[in-house]
Every structure is written in C-alpha cells, then in structure tokens.
Design a binder for this molecule. Sequence first.
Ligand code: DQA
Length: 146
Amino acid sequence: MASILVLNGPNLNLLGSREPDHYGHRSLQEIMEDLERFAGACGHELLHEQENSEGALIEAVQKAAHDGIDYIIFNPAGYTHTSVALRDALLAVTIPFIEVHLSGVVSREPFRRLSYFSDIAMGVISGFHGESYMLALQAIINQIEP
Ligand code: DQA
C-alpha cells in the first residue's frame, strides 16, 4: 500500500466558482472525493491538503517526508511560476511527485510557461480540468503495479 498526498496551492479552494472556463465546474472537494474512492479501491491511501500560503505548503512538503508519504500529486497553482523555496523543499525531501494543472498552462499567458517544478517532477499533467488529478493518480498507481 502506498501513501499518496495531493497538495494544492493558493486559490484552489475556490474551484467550482473560480474562472470555470480554465478550471472547470467541479469543487475541490468533489474532485478529491473521487480520488480517495479510486485510490482506496486500488488499496492505497490518499490524503489531501490545500494551502493558500507558500510557508504552509513548504511545511506540508516537509511533514510529508516525516510522515512517510510515498508520492505527491502537486498543483502549486500561482507558485508554479514563482517559488524557488517550494522547489527547494521538494528537492530536499526527494519524494517523487507529479505536477498537475487543471488548465492548459502553456496555452495561456506567456508567464505561465515557466514552471519551477517541471524539470524535477516525474511528469506534468495539464489541461484536463479536475480529470488532471485522476490521470496523475493513475500514472502513480501504474508505476506501483505495472
Ligand atoms: C493552475 C495554473 C496556474 O497558472 C494558476 O496560477 C493556478 C492554477 C492550474 O491548475 O491550472 O492557480 O495551477
């Protein structure tokens, strides 16, 4: 059994009402419930946390290492394009992670093409609204049970 943490950054608590053309109509809670159900059916533990501040996200990454989390599904949201400190946290803990975005970040404003995480992630999934998280979870489970 693997322990998988889904970690979400700022403003993702507003999913459902926030810019639905980019982020879809489903709430974070609905998306996470589906993931929990799927992970549980496959015999894995799924935890999730959403934080609006950079410091709290760094603390969540450090705690994940302390708690023995095996994989992280990470949507750094706006910090994707700015946060050296969060990148350093992930490098420090060496927990494999998938970078996830609901929107198609490369086809939006040019500043969203820069990610501080893509080159150190297992992979990047972007543009499938809430389904991006499920695709990331399936990729992790396929790695555990090829
Ligand atoms: C996002 C894309 C980011 O550019 C943006 O700042 C977000 C959400 C996404 O999931 O599409 O807050 O990470």
